[in-house]
Design a protein around this ligand. Structure first.
Ligand code: PLP
Length: 374
């Protein structure tokens, strides 16, 4: 019988051992600076970065020179928003975005950018007519996430981008939770800019990318040295980039099979947990990632529930951003009452999740809920 289980893959994933193997030589053997042009150490590092850039681009159907490496999706989102928006511009996003969009949006609003935050429906989906109501000729950028980190809800990106383009705006998506889990082709989806991150797809932490469609001009946040075509200066983290590239290659090869295996484990977990009395699924069953379920256990405080789940790693439907536990802004935006949001848990499965771990989770949660209710 196992003693612990990790069902928090939307927070981060373990680095795939095949990724680690690929990275290792770039720490102490091929340790060159990819910008050193005068010797083989530099050339080797540059070659490794070029190869990784191709692997990353290949996963999303982009051209390698449309990829800018960053420290992760938080930086990519900041770069997209702050690198494009100037005082007086109109910017549209939505209420269920990650804080890595909502916080920069708030600081841009304080600098004179006109920020519009669209509501979502109870299933988490953004209706195209909400965008229709607010978009205008002055809208410079629309940013809508591809898949939500808490519920897995996937937005109608192609429709949203088409509509944005017909109004002469640019379309950005935070695809951090989608890339590597579901097929993403930037051209098919009409995406101009896209943020994504290595540690959500079995690569190392601290590395990510911003896809910038050729011809789109983005200002830089970090200057000095002119790396990444002047958009993001700073010595490239070669081992991490190599790992990110390998992680993308593996996702491309394995995503389809992996997705259906994970989905059947997720469905088994979800069905079992929803058979407990007084539970409900947060968000719709359609249009979502294959690896996530978010469930409310009415009458049970999720904080106390988490503490009773010895050995089971899952996430709360609320955020401990200050001394007070606040209901998740995502669940709140979907109209879920605070009390239910504070009774919710997110379970996110991944490449290394086993059937045994799912059984362990079902047993732990079922026992804990009945104990706490008693
Ligand atoms: C949707 C989404 N955007 C952005 C981020 C931030 O990503 P990173 O950790 O790479 O900065 C996360 C991480 O939780 C996320 O889920």
């Amino acid at each position: 019988m196992i003693q612990r289980a990790y069902l928090d893959n939307n927070a981060t994933t373990p680095t795939d051992p095949r990724v680690v193997d690929e990275m290792l030589p770039y720490f102490s053997e091929q340790f060159g600076n990819a910008s050193s042009r005068n010797h083989a150490y530099g050339w080797e590092a540059k070659e490794a970065v070029d190869h990784a850039r191709e692997q990353v681009a290949d996963l999303i159907g982009a051209n390698p020179n449309e990829i800018v490496f960053t420290s992760g999706a938080t930086e990519s989102n900041n770069l997209a928003l702050k690198g494009l928006l100037n005082e007086g511009n109109h910017f549209i996003t939505c209420a269920t975005e990650h804080k890595a969009i909502l916080d920069p949006a708030e600081s841009l609003a304080a600098k004179g950018i006109d920020v519009e935050i669209l509501p979502v429906q109870s299933d988490g989906l953004l209706e195209i007519n909400e965008l229709q109501k607010k978009i205008s000729d002055h809208t410079r950028l629309v940013s809508i996430m591809m898949a939500n980190n808490e519920t897995g809800c996937t937005q109608p990106i192609k429709e949203l981008s088409t509509f944005t383009h017909s109004n002469q705006g640019l379309f950005h998506t935070d695809a951090t939770q989608a890339v590597g889990k579901i097929p993403v082709e930037v051209s098919d989806l009409g995406i101009d800019l896209m943020s994504f991150s290595s540690h959500k797809m079995y690569g190392p932490k601290g590395i990510g990318a911003l896809y910038i469609r050729k011809g789109t001009k983005v200002g830089s946040l970090i200057e000095g040295g002119g790396h990444e075509r002047g958009i993001r200066s700073g010595t490239l983290n070669v081992p991490a980039i190599v790992g990110f590239g390998k992680a993308c290659e593996l996702c491309k090869q394995e995503m389809r099979e992996e997705g259906s295996r994970i989905k059947s484990l997720r469905d088994k977990l979800e069905q079992s947990l929803l058979s407990i009395e007084g539970t409900q699924l947060n968000g719709g069953k359609e249009n979502r990632l294959p690896n996530v379920t978010n469930i409310a256990f009415s009458g049970v405080d999720s904080e106390r529930l988490l503490l009773s789940l010895n050995g089971l790693a899952v996430s709360q439907g609320s955020a401990c951003t200050s001394a007070v536990v606040e209901p998740s802004h995502v669940l709140k935006a979907m109209g879920i009452p605070d009390q239910l949001a504070n009774s919710s848990l997110r379970f996110s499965l991944g490449r290394f999740t086993t059937d045994e771990e799912v059984d362990f989770a079902i047993q732990k949660v079922t026992e804990a809920v009945s104990k706490l209710r008693a």
